[in-house]
Design a protein around this ligand. Structure first.
Ligand code: HEC
Length: 122
């Protein structure tokens, strides 16, 4: 029984979709606002950079990292189906990028809003 449960669990982690992640962030905050997410993405938050500095707006094409010059693949799932299909990866980068841009981690509400907006980008 335990094994079957674990198998089911790891399957659901591997098979995450942007919709799954959005649901889980939304469950920890309140309803998503794509408009607020776009504003958040474009704005500076007391430091030098905005999210859009590296990912650009709309984030539906390859961009360049403003420091390393490395190519960053599109952030919008419509342009890059690998996005937000791996919760650990999404969390790792939210943590790192939010620290660079806000000097703190993003709240569940901020992640909800940004992700819901990214899912509308064509
Ligand atoms: C200094 C450049 C830079 C800035 C600024 C930046 N990012 Fe990123 N971001 C990256 C890089 C580099 C990656 C990882 C490489 C990749 O996945 O293409 C990444 C990946 C991500 C991912 C991973 C998505 C996934 O599941 O594959 C998310 C989410 C993300 N960024 C959100 C944000 C948000 C939100 C902000 C603003 C708070 C932001 N980023 C600001 C460079 C940046």
């Amino acid at each position: 029984m335990g094994n079957i449960f674990l198998l089911g669990l790891s399957f659901s982690v591997m098979a995450a979709t942007p919709q799954d992640l959005l649901k889980s962030y939304e469950a920890q905050s309140s309803k998503a606002s794509p408009a607020r997410g776009e504003q958040f993405f474009n704005a500076k938050h007391g430091k030098e950079w905005s999210c859009a500095f590296c990912h650009e707006n709309p984030p539906n094409h390859d961009t360049k990292h403003i420091v390393t010059g490395k190519v960053i693949k599109p952030l919008a799932p419509s342009a890059n189906p690998a996005r937000f299909t791996d919760e650990a990866k999404a969390e790792k980068w939210f943590k790192r990028n939010c620290n660079d841009v806000l000097g703190r981690e993003c709240t569940a509400q901020e992640k909800t809003d940004v992700l819901s907006w990214l899912m509308t980008v064509k």
